[in-house]
Design a protein around this ligand. Structure first.
Ligand code: PKZ
Length: 233
């Protein structure tokens, strides 16, 4: 989806429908090309293990089975197959005016320096209603010495299955997230967060998730969750 999204800084100029004259794109970091910066791409902090897993899923994406999800510093709750580019989604400005300020950042993209916090890239498998996140927790996520704080693990799980729930239901909120922490995650290691939709009942989306070491030998955590669809406005 990201590949079909062609956006320039000029095309992102504020529109009259935006309340309070806010500059909606001011907190997006732009690259030198004038495109919003996509953080779900390799950078110098990624370990070889992270690159290997990333390349594995890029390879799997070539036949369209998996799709890399671009990642910016703003929430993209409106990304759908019908509107693959968030910047041209008809509801974005409404949500923007109501909910966002130019001073906000997506929690998982809150740090400026590469490699210190959440380094991750998500891949969606639409037919399986499944999302995997290739994830490398950095040193600022420490809980016990040398290991990722459980809250950071909860955040990456929530975002992974949240993305999955957004794909099937649009705008959702986490109502319940239950996690069993099985084995600590070493800082700087690479894990695969593997979440999927199990079933839907009306506005309710039920999901499950497992967090595995890159070699598939260690189960770090498993979770179940309930997300509830909340229409914009
Ligand atoms: C294409 C893909 C691109 C993706 C690209 C993006 C990638 C990157 C993604 C980032 C993704 C970030 C994801 C962050 C997600 C948060 O972090 S959200 C923040 C944390 N969550 C909150 O703050 C939610 C706070 N709670 C609330 O606002 C409200 O309680 C809720 C959850 C919206 C529900 O309220 P409500 O809409 O009034 O619904 P309500 O009528 O109470 O309940 C509806 C039904 O759910 C049931 N229910 C509600 N709560 C519960 C519960 N806790 N347990 C069990 N049942 C419950 C009710 O019993 C009811 O059932 P039925 O009677 O219909 O059978």
């Amino acid at each position: 989806w990201g590949t079909s999204c062609s956006v320039t800084a000029a095309s992102l100029a504020p529109t009259p429908c935006l309340a309070h004259g806010a500059q909606p794109w001011a907190w997006l970091q732009f690259s030198q090309s004038g495109q919003p910066k996509d953080y779900a791409l390799p950078n110098a902090s990624w370990s070889q293990g992270m690159l290997n897993l990333y390349n594995e899923f890029v390879e799997k994406s070539k036949d369209g089975t998996w799709k890399r999800i671009p990642s910016y510093r703003l929430m993209l709750p409106l990304l759908t197959p019908e509107h693959p580019c968030p910047f041209t989604h008809p509801d974005l400005m409404k949500l923007e005016g109501e909910k966002m300020s130019k001073d906000t950042r997506l929690f998982l993209r809150s740090l400026d320096e590469e490699g210190l916090g959440f380094e991750y890239v998500m891949f969606l498998n639409p037919s399986e209603k499944r999302m995997v996140t290739v994830y490398q927790p950095g040193p600022y996520l420490e809980g016990h010495p040398g290991f990722a704080h459980g809250g950071s693990t909860a955040a990456i799980i929530d975002s992974t299955i949240g993305g999955c729930a957004i794909f099937v239901a649009g705008r959702v909120m986490t109502a319940n997230l239950s996690i069993d922490f099985k084995n600590p995650i070493p800082l700087g290691s690479v894990v695969l967060v593997d979440g999927k939709v199990n079933r839907m009942e009306g506005r309710k989306v039920f999901l499950s998730c497992q967090v595995w070491s890159a070699d598939g030998q260690t189960l770090h955590a498993e979770a179940t969750a309930l997300f509830i669809h909340k229409p914009v406005g």
